[in-house]
Write a new protein. Sequence first.
Length: 245
Amino acid sequence: MTANLHKYKFTGPSGARPEASGQSNSAQSEDKNMDIDAIKMDIISSLRADISLAMKEELKSALAETFDGIKSELQAVRAEIATNASATRAEIELIKHGIKDVEGGISAWSDETAALQATVTTLQKQVEQLQDKCEDMEGRMRRGNIRIVGVPEQPGTSSPAAVSKLLKELLQLDKDVKIDRSHRSIALRKPGGKPRVIIAKLHYDGDCMDILRKARDRAPLSYKEPCRDIPRLHDECRQGQSGLY
């Protein structure tokens, strides 16, 4: 702006006198007024230009600093995102490997479970077969068993010899009955209660059949005191008497 003001200078001689004519004075005053207005306009334009330039520079520097800060923050955020993304990818890879291991384990367990199911099915069939065999064997072993109900409990009344004598006298048999073993039932003896049942194992199945037939024919039986029938023992058909064995 200072450089622009240098062109507005009066170049007239220092010793020059103004003309006496009134026209010359008026023309000179008009020229001066025009020069002052032009100077004002130039000064204002220069000030505007300088102010605009200064504001531009200040805005530019301020925005440059702001942009630099924003840029650095964005770079930091970008670097952080990249770091987090790398860590996330690593975790995802670990999870994938873990899932693969679990899938392999589940597949192996599924195969083992299928094999175990087949084994369990086979064992169930074998257990059923063994149970049937045990029931058949138990029934066959008890085929020669009889029960004698109502015999008073006295010492020696449940021995094989006493039971053989009891059967011979009670049923009027022609021969002694061979008894392998005999005993009272395992139920607890109650004072003043009913006598416990005598369980006898006969040696011959034929004797058992004869005794049962004669017991039915001679019912009701009595030996010193009234005795009940002599039923044959069997396994699953008389579950209520399972405690006797």
